[in-house]
Design a protein around this ligand. Structure first.
Ligand code: SAH
Length: 285
């Protein structure tokens, strides 16, 4: 805490998401923060993805299990007055380094106008990049659930899957499996199947916008037959999700109110809540 008061140079800590893994899906502001950095900190896999952008820069790369040390190192270096950029895949705030950075800062008594200055730059999270490869699966209410029980108790995760499936959310499953962790995705399939039909569309996207990208469209009964690992995101549709010519689409509900010619249906009004009686009448016919 002491050097926060004594160091007159205010360092800069940028925390950036680099998107799914291809250069053209990194926000220009995130690229700029990487280019401007004296020191770049990140998990080895992500550092490798942006390696060609890091020539001449100091790099701190560490394994997955050393996240606290990595956040600590980034903050300490920035506090010395340096420009430090922490890179995370996807969006840094989604199961990424950003919340940990905040926790370490809070632990140090850091405040918004303290040292270092903190800049956050958003990235395209896996749920969005993976969705774009299969169509419009997130056209209605969706949620993300991580199946990693390394830091969260499995019963807590089970409960969220259960409630999300019961509430008919489209569910994006992050961290679905790893070499050692194979059981969770099997249980997730069982839980969701209590509420959703076996024909519900499921997308399995591995290494979106990286090599070797793999996209599989399946359904709730059969998707476990395909390879699911560390770099995979699984998107399970809702009762509304349909397949059209190899695309997975969840409609927003326009047909509850309009004809395909854009006419408003009997009993409905644009810019007003759906008239439920009129909707029920139509569904009867
Ligand atoms: N911060 C990241 C998520 C990190 S958790 C983000 O916003 O995307 C790691 C999980 O993210 C992986 O297990 C996988 O489920 C998902 N993921 C990250 N990058 C991916 C990619 N390119 N393709 C598919 N899934 C990816």
């Amino acid at each position: 805490m002491s050097d926060q008061q004594t160091d007159s140079r205010r360092g800069l800590l940028s925390v950036v998401g680099i998107g799914p893994g291809s250069d053209d899906l990194i926000a220009p502001k995130a690229l700029q923060a990487i280019q401007d950095a004296e020191l770049v900190v990140g998990y080895s896999t992500y550092i490798k993805l942006v390696k060609h952008l890091l020539k001449g820069k100091e790099i701190v790369r560490t394994g997955m299990t050393e996240e606290i040390g990595r956040a600590r190192a980034a903050i300490d270096e920035a506090r010395k007055g340096r420009r430090v950029t922490v890179v995370s895949s996807g969006d840094a705030g989604v199961y990424g380094m950003l919340s940990l950075v905040f926790q370490v800062l809070a632990e140090d008594g850091w405040t918004r106008d303290g040292n270092p200055e903190l800049r956050i730059i958003p990235g395209i999270s896996a749920i969005n990049s993976c969705a774009s490869l299969v169509g419009a699966p997130l056209g209605h209410d969706f949620c993300a659930i991580s199946l990693s029980d390394l830091l969260t108790p499995w019963p807590t995760i089970r409960k969220k899957i259960d409630r999300a499936a019961d509430a008919d959310f489209i569910i994006g499953l992050y961290n679905p499996a790893s070499g050692r962790r194979q059981r969770q995705i099997v249980e997730a399939q069982e839980i969701i199947s209590e509420y959703q039909e076996g024909t519900t569309p499921v997308a399995i996207v591995k290494s979106a916008y990286r090599k070797p990208q793999q996209v599989v469209l399946s359904d709730l009964d059969n998707f476990l037959d395909y390879e699911i690992g560390m770099n995979t995101t699984v998107i399970v549709g809702s009762t509304q999700t349909i397949m059209h010519d190899g695309f997975m689409v969840t409609p927003r509900g326009y047909t509850n109110k309009y004809t395909w010619d854009g006419e408003v249906l009997d009993g409905q009004q644009p810019a007003r809540s759906l008239n439920l009686d009129a909707l029920a009448q139509r569904e009867k016919h």
